[in-house]
Design a protein around this ligand. Structure first.
Ligand code: HEC
Ligand SMILES: [Cu+2]
Length: 388
């Protein structure tokens, strides 16, 4: 509607009301922001669970303290000057002495900031070297071969993880491939080799380590050793396109206790197995549809003759996540949804509505002309959900 300029604008009272409404909206937004923070304590970078995250947190507190002291001094000085040298009633104003080119003061305000910056730079450089080769700094991890290696590839908009065989001295052989939910053992050095398939992403699990850019054509390492078993939430930290916000990470740190059924070795053993064959008629139909619809163009399911991926390497030719054990994930679509049978059906039916610009929709459903109806989606969800 166009505003009629011949009439006067809103009255004072109306304006006051508008202001009040805006203020309450702002307060509500601020409150929900703060409270949503309470909801996800797994993301707090100051609540550290690894030595490398400790380092980042230490820098946060150190810089905060140094800057707070500077701010305090500057503000106190400012307030003092305003109060003491203010214009006083009945006192004739005269121009104070003008100082220019005061050598002593100039030396002072060059030397003090230089010392502060040197003081901050020395621990920063030390930490950079430490983070780049933690075994040199950490005698306990001196054995470079005794660590878990995972190749991480950022893709629009999800993460692919290739677990590297500890038996291969060259650290190239892939044991299996999975997506978005990363599992690692506690108390063991983990080396991620981070790269990207398309644009620049950044791998970040705040409680565990700093960020590492995922850059196409380059591979950069990221090291960490998680101290406490648990689930830690992360997020792609580099704007990477329409669904960047839905590019989540979940990191599970498992115990290494052989008596614990949920230990890391058991998880690895389960992932290495091939897919379970369907056990019901609906799942059987789901498997047939999965093959006949052409889902196999982008997804591998190892074992059970779904795709001809005899070797996990074959997955490198695939665009989408390996689904051999998709039922064992707690979330789908890089944390876009919790993993339930209904949500799997929803995802298969309309990936585009859940994730704007989803490659599955744009290059699959649209380009390859894949069409899926309710009943078919239901059958495929039944099949996939049982792939534990
Ligand atoms: C053009 C390639 C392509 C085709 C064809 C394709 N998908 Fe996908 N699919 C993807 C990509 C890419 C993702 C990751 C999406 C994301 O998280 O952003 C995905 C994700 C999924 C997921 C969630 C997996 C996870 O771990 O989050 C399921 C389930 C899935 N697809 C099932 C299917 C089914 C069933 C079909 C056949 C009807 C199919 N896909 C066809 C590319 C494809
Ligand atoms: Cu990203």
């Amino acid at each position: 509607m166009l505003r009629d300029h011949s009439q006067s604008g809103p009255t004072m009272i109306e304006r006051a009301k508008m202001f009040r409404d805006r203020l309450s909206v702002a307060a509500l937004v601020a409150m929900t922001t703060v409270m949503s923070g309470c909801d996800t304590p797994q993301r707090d970078m100051l609540d550290t669970v690894s030595e490398s995250a400790d380092k980042s947190a230490w820098f946060y507190y150190m810089l905060l303290s140094v800057c707070s002291v500077i701010l305090f001094i500057v503000v106190a000085w400012f307030v003092y000057s305003v109060v003491v040298f203010r214009a006083k009633d009945g006192v004739e104003q005269e121009m104070p002495p003008q100082i220019h080119g005061h050598t002593q003061m100039e030396i002072m305000w060059t030397i003090i900031p230089t010392l502060i910056i040197i003081g901050i730079t020395i621990p920063t450089i030390k930490a950079i070297f430490w983070l780049a080769s933690p075994w040199e700094a950490n005698s306990a991890d001196a054995d470079e071969n005794n660590h878990v290696v995972i190749d991480v590839m950022g893709k629009q908009w999800w993460w692919e993880y290739d677990y590297i065989s500890p038996e291969d001295p060259d650290r190239k052989e892939i044991m299996f491939s999975t997506a978005n939910e990363m599992h690692v053992p506690v108390g063991t050095m983990v080396q991620l080799r981070v790269t990207s398939a398309d644009v620049i992403h950044a791998f970040w699990v705040p409680r565990v380590s700093g960020k590492r850019d995922a850059t196409p054509g380059r591979t950069y390492p990221l090291y960490f050793k998680v101290n406490e078993p648990g689930e830690y939430i992360g997020q792609c930290a580099e704007l990477c396109g329409a669904s960047h916000a839905l590019m989540g990470i979940k990191l599970f740190a498992h115990s290494t206790d052989p008596d614990d059924p949920d230990n890391y070795d058991n998880w690895v053993a389960a992932q290495q197995k091939g897919a379970q064959p369907p056990t019901s008629t609906i799942a059987e139909r789901g498997k047939e549809l999965f093959i006949s619809k052409g889902c196999t163009a982008c997804h591998n399911i190892r074992g059970d003759a779904v795709t001809n991926a005899i070797h996990p390497r074959a997955r490198t030719r695939k665009t989408g996540p390996d689904l051999t054990h998709v039922g064992s994930r707690t979330t789908i679509g890089a944390l876009a949804m919790t993993n339930t049978r209904d949500n799997l059906k929803e995802w298969i039916l309309r990936p585009q509505e859940i994730k704007q610009g989803s490659v599955m929709y744009v290059y699959g459903y649209k380009l390859l002309g894949i069409e899926v109806n309710e009943e078919e989606a239901e059958a495929m969800a039944a099949y996939l959900f049982r792939l534990k």
